[in-house]
Design a protein around this ligand. Structure first.
Ligand SMILES: Nc1ncnc2c1ncn2[C@@H]1O[C@H](COP(=O)(O)OP(=O)(O)O)[C@@H](O)[C@H]1O
Ligand SMILES: [Mg+2]
Length: 296
């Protein structure tokens, strides 16, 4: 039932991928060990938006953390590989990176917007301080003026006025805080951004604005996105390809178009079937936000 590594490769996009996950297995070593991710394989194309869908508890967050090596005990990677394909043609085995290499790699090549991230900003520091801190940590040679400039730049990109650099998190709306977290993830121009339910806590209007923003930024800056949500219809609108997880396994991996037309796995059909409004064409939203490279 699981998508095999070969199938995942065959279903990859034409462009050279930026990330290859092969047979990744993650176990929570609790009294009753739980295999939360079972032999998951996928490839992420450069500049692609890959949706990862599935009901709560199916292993989406566990997979995202493991890819980024952010998993903590009792979680343990029990098998498989995660390889990052650099622009210059080199491959980096993420599971082999040591502490300092890993720290440098994170945020600069692969960044993550965590589930509930908008509540993870430091309440006693300004937005500007927190952006500056991240820049400093990764590039000690960058001048203060340049750091300020870059911080203002990323805020503008996500639609937040740079005057907000002086604001504290509580002075911003939930939507704005979430935009700040996306700005933070973009700060070092990573090639991959993993977003775990980035808009779930927001109302529908704000959610759509932010999604539109993410698609537009991807078109402009050409980073790849793994967009995680339990909301499959949402992915049909923004994703190039969609992976569906069910009980720790990737059971479906195909273009959004194909998934919309005829999902292979009964569980995907069930997920789609629970949204009766999903018939006919995909919305204009997708077509507007998409480059000719996209699947639409
Ligand atoms: N710290 C933990 N200890 C033990 N089991 C866990 C832990 N975190 C998650 N799990 C289990 O792993 C599975 C996947 O969880 P998770 O990755 O959070 O799913 P999702 O993000 O899809 O909602 C769940 O069945 C959950 O019970
Ligand atoms: Mg989750």
């Amino acid at each position: 039932m699981t998508i095999t590594a070969d199938q995942a490769a065959a279903k990859a996009t034409d462009r050279r991928p930026v990330l290859t996950v092969t047979d990744l297995t993650v176990v929570y070593e609790t009294e009753q060990p739980v295999t939360a991710v079972r032999s998951a394989s996928l490839q992420l194309g450069r500049g692609e938006i890959l949706g990862l869908a599935g009901e709560s508890g199916c292993g989406k967050t566990t997979l995202a953390y493991a890819i980024n090596r952010l998993h903590q005990p009792p979680a343990r990677i029990a098998g498989g590989s995660v390889v990052f394909h650099d622009r210059d043609g080199g491959d980096i085995d993420l599971l082999a990176l040591q502490n300092e290499e890993l720290r440098q790699f994170r945020w600069s090549q692969l960044s993550m917007v965590f589930q509930g991230a908008m509540n993870s900003l430091n309440p006693v520091r300004t937005i500007g301080y927190q952006l500056d801190d991240t820049l400093k940590a990764h590039d000690s040679k960058m001048s203060k003026a340049r750091r300020r400039e870059r911080s203002a730049e990323v805020l503008t990109r996500v639609g937040v006025d740079p005057v907000r650099l002086r604001s504290y998190p509580h002075e911003l709306s939930g939507g704005m805080r979430q935009r700040v977290m996306i700005a933070m993830a973009m700060l070092l121009q990573p090639q991959i951004m993993i977003m775990d339910e980035p808009t779930t806590a927001l109302d529908v209007v704000v959610q759509r604005e932010i999604l539109r923003e993410i698609v537009r930024l991807r078109d402009e800056l050409d980073f790849a996105v793994v967009f995680i949500t339990h909301d499959l219809p949402l992915l049909l609108e923004i994703a190039d390809r969609i992976a569906v997880m069910y009980r720790g396994e990737i059971v479906e991996l195909d273009t959004a178009e194909q998934v919309h037309k005829g999902a292979q796995h009964p569980y995907t059909r069930k997920l789609l079937g629970s949204f009766p409004s999903l018939t006919g064409e995909r919305s204009d939203f997708v077509r507007m936000g998409r480059t000719e490279e996209g699947a639409a």
